[in-house]
Ligand binder design. Structure first.
Ligand code: PLI
Length: 459
C-alpha cells in the first residue's frame, strides 16, 4: 500500500539544474566571508537552498509556455487582464493593483490606509509588513493568541487572533484610531501557523460592527486553506478553491506576494473592495511600481502568476506540498531535534533556544545555528529570531521575541523526499555536537531590516 502520510510528487521532472557539494573547509571559509549571515552566501556555494520559499519555486511547463505569451506593451497588457480576472475569480475582491512583489503592495496599502498615530493590530508581524506600517506612522500591536509564542505547544490554528486582545485595544484607543486589522494567513514568523475559518469569521464580524477594515496578508493563503480542510470541522469535503474564496469573504482586501502561493519567481498585488482606496492606490502605483497594468512586473511574469495561482488550487499539489514539509519535521522529531510545533505549511522552524541551550539570546543562537547548519552539510537556512525582529523604533532597544528560530524553508516543487533526508541527516548530526556552536556578535548592523545584510563575528 502507498504511505498516504507522504504522497509521492504529483509531477514528473522535465528540466534539471545541477547542484554540487563542496568541502567542509571551503564552507568554513565561505561563511566567514559572508559574515556568518546565510543571506550573504553565494548561491553557487550552497548545496540545498532552504533559505526561503519566496521566488524559489519551480514553474510548470504551462507556466513556461505562458512566458512565451508575454505581452510587453507599456500599457494595457493582455497578461494583466488575465491576471486581474484570475485574482478576481479566485479571491473574490473587486479591484486588483499589480506590484513588483508583496512589499510593493504593503507599501501602497500602508500609504493609503494608515494615518500617522493610528494602530495596526496584527497576528504577529512580518518584517517588511511592519516596516511599511511603521514607516507610514502606524503603531503595530501584536494580537495573536498567546499560545503562538510557545514553540512546543502542539495545538491547531496557533495563528488565530485573540479577539479579546483586539477588543481591549479598540476599547482603549477607540475604533477610529485603528487603521485596519492585518490578518496573515498563515503566520510566517510563528512557524507558518494557520488561522481557522472560525477566527476569520469572528474577527470580521466584530470589525464590521466597529467600522474597522480587515486586510489579509494572503501570501500563503492556499497553504492556510489546506490546514482548514484537514483540521477544521465541516471543511473536509470542500475544495481548496472554495475554502480560499471563503477565507477572503471575511476581508476588505489583501496584500499578496506572488513569489509564494502563485508558484512564480516574482510578482505581487494588492486587492481592495473599496473604490476610494483603489483609486488612491492606483494613483500611487505609478509612482512606485509602474502603470496600473503592470506594476513593476513583466507581462510574461504576470501570465506565469495567473497560471501558477490556478495550479496552486489543485488538491494533489497542495497536499504534497504540506506533507513534504511534514516529512522533514517528522524525521527531525524522531531524532529528538527541538522544532516549533505543530509544523506549518512552508517550513520547519528549529527552536534555537532549545537547540543551543548554552547560548543566551544576546549571543544570537538562531543566527549562529543557521551558520553552523551550512558548515555541517551545505544546507542554507535563515535566522528568524532576535536579529529579524530588529530594534524598537522609539527606544532603540532590541525586540527580544520569545521565538528564537531557524527557518528551514521548502521551495515549491523543487526538492524531493531524498533531499529532505539529507537535510534531516545534516541537522541531526549537528545536534549531536551542538555544544560546538559558538555565539555571535555584530560586526556591522544595518539600520533597516538588518537581517538581510548584517555581518557578524564569532565570540
Ligand atoms: O518578499 P515579498 O516582498 O514578495 O513579500 C513580503 C512578504 C509578506 N508577507 C509574508 C507573510 C511574507 O512571508 C513575505 C515575504 N517573505 C519572505 C521573503 C520569506 O522569506 O518568507
Amino acid at each position: 500500500m502507498f504511505d498516504t502520510r507522504y504522497p509521492a510528487e504529483p509531477y514528473r521532472i522535465k528540466t534539471v539544474e545541477t547542484i554540487k557539494m563542496n568541502t567542509r573547509e571551503e564552507r568554513l571559509e565561505y561563511i566567514k566571508e559572508a559574515g556568518y549571515n546565510t543571506f550573504l552566501l553565494n548561491s553557487e556555494d550552497v548545496y540545498i537552498d532552504l533559505l526561503t520559499d519566496s521566488g524559489t519555486n519551480a514553474m510548470s511547463d504551462k507556466q513556461w509556455a505562458g512566458m512565451m505569451l508575454g505581452d510587453e506593451a507599456y500599457a494595457g497588457s493582455k497578461n494583466w487582464k488575465h491576471l486581474e480576472s484570475t485574482v478576481q475569480e479566485l479571491f473574490g475582491f473587486k479591484y486588483v493593483v499589480p506590484t513588483h512583489q508583496g512589499r510593493g503592495a504593503e507599501n501602497l496599502l500602508s500609504r493609503v490606509a494608515i494615518k500617522p498615530g493610528q494602530y495596526v493590530p496584527g497576528n504577529m508581524y512580518f518584517t517588511t509588513t511592519r516596516y511599511h506600517q511603521e514607516a507610514n506612522g502606524g503603531i503595530f500591536v501584536d494580537i495573536i493568541r498567546d499560545e503562538a509564542h510557545d514553540a512546543q505547544l502542539d495545538i491547531p490554528f496557533k495563528g488565530d487572533i485573540d479577539l479579546n486582545k483586539l477588543k481591549a485595544l479598540v476599547d482603549e484607543v477607540g475604533a477610529e484610531q485603528v487603521a485596519y486589522v492585518c490578518l496573515a494567513i498563515t503566520v510566517n514568523l510563528a512557524g507558518g501557523q494557520p488561522v481557522s475559518m472560525k477566527n476569520m469569521r469572528e474577527v470580521y464580524a466584530y470589525c464590521q460592527k466597529q467600522g474597522i477594515k480587515v486586510f489579509m496578508d494572503a501570501t500563503r493563503c492556499v497553504e492556510n486553506a489546506y490546514f482548514i480542510k484537514e483540521q477544521e470541522e465541516g471543511f473536509a469535503d470542500k475544495s481548496i478553491k472554495d475554502i480560499v474564496r471563503e477565507q477572503f469573504s471575511y476581508a476588505d482586501g489583501c496584500t499578496m506576494s506572488g513569489k509564494k502561493d502563485c508558484i512564480t519567481n516574482i510578482g505581487g498585488f494588492l486587492c481592495v473592495n473599496d473604490e476610494e482606496l483603489f483609486v488612491s492606490a492606483r494613483e500611487l502605483v505609478v509612482v512606485f511600481e509602474g502603470m496600473p497594468s503592470y506594476g513593476g512586473i513583466a507581462g510574461r511574469d504576470m501570465e506565469a502568476m495567473a497560471i501558477g495561482l490556478k495550479e496552486a488550487m489543485q488538491e494533489e499539489y497542495i497536499e504534497h506540498r504540506v506533507k513534504q514539509v511534514r516529512y522533514l519535521a517528522d524525521r527531525l522529531v524522531e531524532a529528538g531535534v527541538p522544532i516549533v510545533r505543530p509544523v506549518g505549511g512552508h517550513a520547519v522552524f528549529l527552536d534555537a533556544r532549545a537547540f543551543c541551550p548554552h547560548l543566551d539570546q544576546s549571543q544570537f543562537p538562531a543566527q549562529a545555528l543557521a551558520a553552523a547548519i551550512y558548515v555541517e552539510g551545505g544546507v542554507r537556512t535563515m535566522e528568524r529570531g532576535i536579529i529579524s525582529a530588529g530594534r524598537d523604533k522609539v527606544t532603540g532597544k532590541d525586540h527580544a521575541p520569545k521565538l528564537e528560530t531557524v527557518r528551514v524553508t521548502i521551495p515549491r516543487r523543487v526538492y524531493t523526499y531524498r533531499h529532505m533526508d539529507l537535510v534531516a541527516d545534516t541537522i541531526i548530526k549537528l545536534y549531536k555536537h551542538k555544544e560546538d556552536i559558538r555565539g555571535l556578535k555584530w560586526a556591522y548592523e544595518p539600520k533597516q531590516l538588518r537581517f538581510f545584510t548584517g555581518r557578524f563575528e564569532q565570540i
